[in-house]
Ligand binder design. Structure first.
Ligand code: COA
Length: 197
């Protein structure tokens, strides 16, 4: 499919062809690479202390659009380690047919193809939507993608020890505490013990 070709997904959303290659779909959401028009959301979320205090930044990152744009240009075309936006399907269609409801972001990082291992980071960045199962649904989908599309044997997460919500989400997705890293917990799931829903 050539860039710019529009494709109709089963639920009627118009999607640019390039993104179809790297699209993760769940029952209620789509997870796709960050685009230029998502950067304003990221700046807003990453500077929000309510979201970022759970990852060690109680006052937010204090990042500017210029800095974020420079960073985005470095990873936007990496098919594995690009950041991804989590969008709700039910809120997606605007009058212009564009995706309009980003609610969070997630990424694969520290990808080690030789060791068949990758780490996941995840944030649902709208606190008003916490506790509705979106974090669990997104992490389960990222985990499946890691095992089935990236072909890794082990997936890791590195939550802070006091982040009870993400520790609970990780456990619901099958992750277990296996050690410590950077002062936080190291949680892991092996493909042999993973059971796909
Ligand atoms: C962590 C996060 C992804 C969870 O998303 P979410 O959509 O709220 O998660 P879910 O609704 O799927 O599940 C939340 C679970 O945590 C539980 N929970 C909520 N607060 C809790 C607490 N203080 N202690 C223990 N469990 C708690 C909920 O009861 C629910 O579990 P249940 O389904 O067994 O009842 C989201 O809150 C977030 O992004 N927070 C800010 C950034 C962050 O912490 N990211 C993780 C970095 S490692």
């Amino acid at each position: 499919m050539s860039p710019g070709v529009l494709t109709f997904l089963p639920f009627g959303v118009v999607f640019a062809g390039l993104e179809m290659k790297n699209l993760i779909e769940t029952e209620r959401m789509l997870i796709r690479p960050v685009r230029a028009d998502d950067l304003a959301h990221l700046v807003c979320w990453w500077n929000d202390g309510e979201v970022m205090r759970h990852v060690g930044f109680p006052n937010g990152l204090g990042i500017t659009m210029e800095k974020l744009e420079a960073s985005w240009k470095k990873w936007k075309d990496d098919p594995v380690q690009c950041r991804r936006i989590i969008c709700l399907k039910s809120e997606m269609i605007s009058e212009s047919g564009c995706v309009t409801a980003p609610i969070g972001e997630t990424n694969f990082h520290d990808y080690q193809p030789d060791n068949k291992q990758v780490e996941i980071g995840i944030k649902i960045c709208r606190p008003d939507l916490w506790g509705q199962g979106y974090g669990t649904e997104a992490l389960a989908a990222m985990t499946r993608y890691a095992f089935e599309a990236l072909g890794v044997d082990r997936v890791l997460l590195n939550p802070s020890k006091t982040n009870a919500r993400i520790i609970r989400v990780n456990k619901k997705c099958g992750y277990r505490i296996i050690g410590e890293k950077h002062g936080g917990l190291l949680m892991g799931l092996r493909k042999v013990t993973w059971s796909s829903p």
